[in-house]
Design a protein around this ligand. Structure first.
Ligand SMILES: N[C@@H](CCC(=O)N[C@@H](CS)C(=O)NCC(=O)O)C(=O)O
Length: 206
C-alpha cells in the first residue's frame, strides 16, 4: 500500500496509527502542504479534494478520508478492533471520532485558516476557539466513560482521532483544560502505534 501524507498532517497521522495498530505497512509518499503539494496535478488526479491522506491499496484502489480509510483497515485486518463492543458502544466511539473529524478539524484546517487570515482576521485565535469548543464537549462526553483510554483499556477509533488533534491544540496554543483528554493522550503516547507514528518521527519532518 502507499500512504500519501505529510509529516504534520493530523489526518495522515490517524491513518499511520491505524496501520501500526494492525501491523500493516505502507510506503509513505509525502506532499508538502505549505508548498501546495496537495494541489499538484498528479496528486489531484488521485484525490480531487486536494487533501491528505490518500491510501493506494494493494489492488490499486485509491481511498480518501481518514475515517473511511481507518474503517477500511479495520475491515481488512479486524484485530485489534477499532470499533469494539455492541452497536451502541460502536456508535459512541464513532461519535467521539466524528467530533474531531467532522466538527473540529475541518474548521481549523490549513486552507480554512489561510482564508480566515486573508480576511484580515486572527487565524490562530479562530483555530484555538474551534478546538477549545469541540474539546470542551468531548471532555464532558468522555468524562462519563471509564478509561484510561477513551473507551476503556484498549485504543479505539476515538483515541486515533483524539491524540493527533491534541497535537493541534498544543500547536495553536489552546488552553489545555481537559484532564480526561490529556490523560487519554498521555496513555496513547505510551503505545508504539501512536508514539512512533507521531509527526516528529516521520522522514519528511522539518
Ligand atoms: N476530512 C479529511 C481531512 C483531510 C485534511 O484536511 N487534511 C489536511 C491535512 S491534516 C490537508 O490536506 N490540508 C491541506 C489544505 O488545507 O490545503 C480526512 O479526514 O481525511
Amino acid at each position: 500500500m502507499i500512504l500519501h501524507g505529510y509529516w504534520r498532517s493530523t489526518a495522515a497521522w490517524r491513518v499511520r496509527i491505524a496501520l501500526a495498530m494492525k501491523g500493516l505497512t505502507a510506503e509513505q509518499v509525502p506532499h508538502h502542504l505549505r508548498d501546495g503539494g496537495q494541489r499538484a496535478p498528479d496528486y489531484l488526479a488521485l484525490n480531487p479534494q486536494g487533501l491528505v491522506p490518500a491510501l493506494e491499496t494493494d489492488d490499486g484502489q485509491v481511498l480518501t478520508q481518514s475515517l473511511a480509510i481507518c474503517e477500511y483497515l479495520d475491515e481488512i485486518a479486524p484485530e485489534p478492533p477499532l470499533l469494539p463492543g455492541d452497536a451502541a458502544r460502536r456508535a459512541r466511539i464513532r461519535a467521539a471520532a466524528l467530533i474531531v473529524a467532522a466538527d473540529i478539524h475541518p474548521v481549523q484546517n490549513l486552507k480554512i485558516i489561510q482564508r480566515i487570515k486573508a480576511l484580515g482576521q486572527d487565524e490562530q485565535a479562530w483555530a484555538r476557539r474551534v478546538i477549545e469548543d469541540g474539546f470542551d464537549a468531548l471532555e464532558a462526553l468522555l468524562s462519563k466513560v471509564e478509561g484510561p483510554l477513551a473507551f476503556g483499556p484498549a485504543p479505539t477509533l476515538a483515541d486515533i482521532f483524539i491524540t493527533p488533534q491534541m497535537a493541534n491544540a498544543r500547536r495553536f496554543g489552546c488552553e489545555l483544560r481537559w484532564p480526561r483528554l490529556q490523560a487519554i493522550e498521555a496513555e496513547c503516547l505510551k503505545l508504539d502505534a501512536f508514539r512512533l507514528t507521531a509527526p516528529e518521527h516521520q522522514p519528511d519532518a522539518e
